[in-house]
Design a binder for this molecule. Structure first.
Ligand code: SAH
Ligand code: SF4
Ligand code: F3S
Length: 473
């Protein structure tokens, strides 16, 4: 029997991975993915709890899904509704109370049990939701099907989950549980499967992926740098990326991989959150702003053209105007190619949320966010401008907005729009970059063959990136 499954994913890349894995788990039950919720037999919302806005979205979406369920019921059918992900983990029972039409609530560490949960829900009457938000002793990865459905040119692969760092503002240690690394062999096997089904780029994921310490085939613990080197040996792995890292775990084996492994893309997303040591301390980040500057300096020595990205939070409790100025100074010193900045959002159960006396007023947060985004935006645009005139390898992975247009990524993670035929989707193609926009590039497929570089970026050249030049941006 074929049944239709509609999945909506919120939040980070790990949720995108989890959604794909939930589809894998449900495939043997006859569920095939559908783009529309209206005729689905099962609707799955994979949720995010990181900021208040993200979490609240779930409830408005559940309201909308209710209409779909009602319409189906009026015709004698039934649409099962499941809530997965970090809101499921954090709010559990509360979801069933606020939205009684939900049939299943399942956390990020138990979704391998979905077949049983769905079977149970099918047998029970609507309004009697089932909850499974354990942190089980068994490892979900041991229970997920080995086989993955094709993921397209670029595939996510979770290698590490959970977090033991407990930054004061963050819910992840509570929603994802303790830090855990998958063994090297299972990661490599999954990567081989992905390449065999057509993926060329593997994006290694973890909440703190640079803290990866999985058991190697030799029985020892391997770090992420070693894992990347091994992954690069797999025939057909053209590009490797990893996200997201923590400044405390950037060891030399990982940093030097940026010099030694041609497939490792020249892009590093390394969240810092603030440029003020006082705020970093209050956040329990465990490093200083200068520590961050030193990592950037080192990685640029090893891979001069590397594009840097970070995450910033403005308005953490106690953040003063001087602290904010320190964040702007760090940004000016480093020079970022991408722009990720957020207003602090108090999250239930986190230490920072208890600190209400030092809360920063909303209007101040808004103003600081604008300041930060303006500087990051200018830097990103300037970075994009510096790639104009270059010939870059682009991995096309879909259609652009305009007809006849394809979209792909440069080695530096910039989206590149090109007029090109559909047959180039899934191909790595050399593109002459012609135009820079704030968040994307335009280019032309290069007609001549390019002998000046490999498919892996412009080693040793590329956009000027020294700290001095970047500070001038
Ligand atoms: N594990 C990664 C990122 C986790 S969450 C790391 O350690 O850096 C992704 C980003 O969301 C964080 O880097 C942070 O900038 C932001 N974030 C997390 N909690 C937040 C909160 N309470 N309010 C606003 N932004 C938050
Ligand atoms: Fe959250 Fe900090 Fe862990 Fe990142 S390191 S997931 S910000 S607690
Ligand atoms: Fe959100 Fe959970 Fe990811 S809270 S950011 S979906 S780990």
């Amino acid at each position: 029997m074929t049944r239709k499954l509609y999945i909506k994913t919120y939040g980070c890349q790990m949720n995108v991975y989890d959604s794909a894995r939930m589809a894998d788990v449900l495939a043997p039950l006859g569920y095939t993915l559908s783009d529309e919720p209206d005729d689905a037999d099962l609707i799955l919302l994979n949720t995010c709890h990181i900021r208040e806005k993200a979490a609240e979205k779930v409830y408005s979406e559940l309201g909308r899904m209710r209409h779909i369920q009602d319409a189906k019921a009026a015709n004698g059918g039934r649409t099962l509704l499941a809530v997965a992900g970090c809101v499921a983990q954090a709010e559990g029972e509360e979801i069933l109370e606020r939205a009684p039409q939900v049939d299943v609530v399942v956390g990020p560490q138990t979704y391998h049990r979905l077949p049983e949960l769905i079977a149970k829900a099918e047998r029970s009457r609507p309004g009697r939701g089932i909850l499974d938000t354990d942190f089980p002793v068994e490892d979900k990865f041991d229970h997920l099907p080995e086989e993955r459905q094709p993921q397209g040119p670029s595939a996510y692969l979770s290698v590490q989950e959970g977090c033991d760092k407990f930054c004061t503002f963050c819910v992840v240690p509570y929603t994802r549980g303790a830090e855990f690394s998958r063994p090297v062999n299972t990661v490599l096997a999954e990567a081989r499967g992905l390449v065999a089904s057509g993926s060329q780029e593997i994006v290694l994921l973890g909440q703190n992926v640079s803290a990866y310490h999985g058991e190697g085939p030799d029985g020892r613990e391997w770090g992420l740098g070693r894992l990347i080197r091994e992954l690069a040996e797999i025939e057909g792995v053209q590009r490797i990326r990893y996200t997201t890292s923590h400044p405390k775990d950037m060891d030399d084996e990982l940093l030097t991989a940026h010099r030694d492994v041609p497939q490792l893309m020249p892009f590093l997303h390394l969240p810092v959150q603030s440029g003020s040591d006082r705020v970093l301390k209050a956040m329990n980040r465990g490093h200083t702003a200068d520590h961050y500057r030193r990592i950037v300096e080192r990685v640029r020595e090893l891979r001069p053209d590397i594009a840097m990205a970070s995450d910033f939070i403005v308005g953490h409790p106690g953040e003063t105007a001087e602290d904010h100025a320190e964040s702007l100074r760090l940004i000016a010193d480093v020079g970022f190619a991408h722009n990720y900045a957020f207003k602090y959002s108090p999250r239930p159960g986190t230490p920072a949320a208890m600190n209400t006396e030092e809360a920063v007023p909303e209007a101040v947060k808004t103003e600081r966010l604008h300041g930060l985004q303006q500087l990051l935006g200018e830097q990103g645009h300037a970075f994009n401008h510096r790639t104009v005139g270059m010939r870059l390898p682009v991995l096309f992975d879909g259609h652009g907005k305009r007809p006849g247009q394809l979209i792909g990524r440069s080695p530096y993670m910039q989206p590149v729009h090109v007029d090109a035929p559909d047959r180039l989707i899934g191909r790595m193609v050399e593109v002459d970059i012609t135009e820079a926009h704030p968040n994307s590039l335009r280019g032309r497929v290069a007609t001549s063959t390019w002998d000046g570089a490999s498919a892996h970026g412009v080693h040793g050249a590329g956009p000027p990136n020294s700290l001095e030049e970047r500070a001038a941006v």
